[in-house]
Design a protein around this ligand. Structure first.
Ligand code: SER
Length: 327
């Protein structure tokens, strides 16, 4: 496997799925349309719910996108750790009542091991505890050794977000090596430490949830996959976190330049540099999609992010308005 830039990875993914008959669509805006269950788009599938449920005809039954996403539940952790961020891009390939588990699994494997040439022995697979079909596809059709497979329960391997399409999933993990692990005897896929990084989530979307715990089986199931582009870039660039990825690092370098501070020299300074680097990404895209700061809803999320970024600028000693220089 070779060092690959984030922009190049995005293109490789989308063109790979075009070669498998998918229609490439632009990212949808961050503001959900006709969906009150979400403030902001948080995954590749979120803008496509009607296509999954068969309520609207999609432009093609196979679609691939790279979707702008915002997730803010961990906003307080952003900066404090190098793991958390509010903005990311999600690569996805989707089947609306077209192909199902077999194809989704085989193509994910082909993309990672043939196109990106990630050594197979560094990849681990989880499946939902009852999903023998997925287990058999991975072990028998693809040939994954059982010691590279795990079964997890609903908390880890059943994907749902708000109401709408959902189902059991299978996740692909990359082993960053024992030097990144906690070293504890029981350390394996699913451990909280930094050794096994989840990169791709294949959701076998076969239910419609009303968001209150009731699931209706869909007559014809779908595929919804999601792979964090920045996570994949971490793997392909041999770096430990989002802030070291080429395109994000370029923003971080600019924050260093404006503030006259150097990243990696002082823990407190690093927190501020990371907060600004992350928040300028989310706020730029939010404003570009028409969100304005306000006291409620998504406008409040924007206001909070902007205020945090500006405050951390002050903490770095920047006294002039500077966020526009990063846009
Ligand atoms: N919806 C799933 C996720 O967000 C896969 O796209 O992880």
């Amino acid at each position: 496997m070779q060092w690959t830039g984030l922009n190049e990875l995005r293109e490789k993914y989308l063109s790979f799925f075009e070669s498998k008959g998918h229609l490439r669509l632009d990212s949808f805006p961050l503001v959900p349309k006709n969906d009150n269950s979400l403030l902001l788009i948080n995954s590749g599938m979120a803008p496509m719910k009607k296509w999954f449920l068969g309520q609207e005809e999609p432009p093609c039954h196979r679609v691939t996108t790279c979707q702008k996403c915002i997730r803010t539940p961990d906003i307080e952790r952003v900066g404090i750790t190098a793991r958390h961020g509010t903005y990311f891009e999600m690569l996805g390939n989707f089947s609306f009542q077209d192909y199902f588990k077999k194809e989704a699994t085989a193509w994910a494997w082909e993309f990672l091991t043939k196109v990106l040439e990630i050594p197979a022995e560094l990849l681990y697979i989880s499946v939902y505890e009852d999903d023998d079909e997925a287990w058999d596809i991975w072990t028998k059709d693809i040939g994954i050794a059982e010691d590279h497979m795990v079964r997890f329960g609903k908390e880890d391997n059943f994907w749902e977000h708000g109401s709408g399409p959902c189902g059991p999933c299978s996740e692909i993990y990359f082993d960053r090596g024992p030097e990144h692990g906690c070293g504890k005897p029981g350390c394996k896929v699913g451990c909280d430490c930094d050794r096994y990084m989840e990169v791709w989530n294949l959701v076998f979307s076969q239910f419609d949830s009303d968001g209150k715990g009731n699931y209706t089986r869909l007559e014809r199931p779908n595929i919804d996959t999601g792979m964090g582009l920045e996570r994949l870039a971490c793997v392909m660039q041999g770096v430990g976190n989002l802030f070291e990825v080429d395109t994000v690092r370029a923003i971080l370098n600019h924050v260093e330049k404006i503030s006259g501070k150097t990243y990696g020299e002082d823990a407190k300074t690093d927190i501020s540099i990371r907060v600004i680097t992350d928040h300028i990404r989310s706020t730029t895209f939010m404003v570009s999609d028409g969100i304005m700061p306000s006291n409620e809803g998504r406008g409040y999320v924007l206001r909070r992010l902007l205020r945090r970024a500006a405050r951390h600028g002050r903490m770095l000693g920047i006294t002039r308005p500077f966020l526009t220089e990063l846009v």
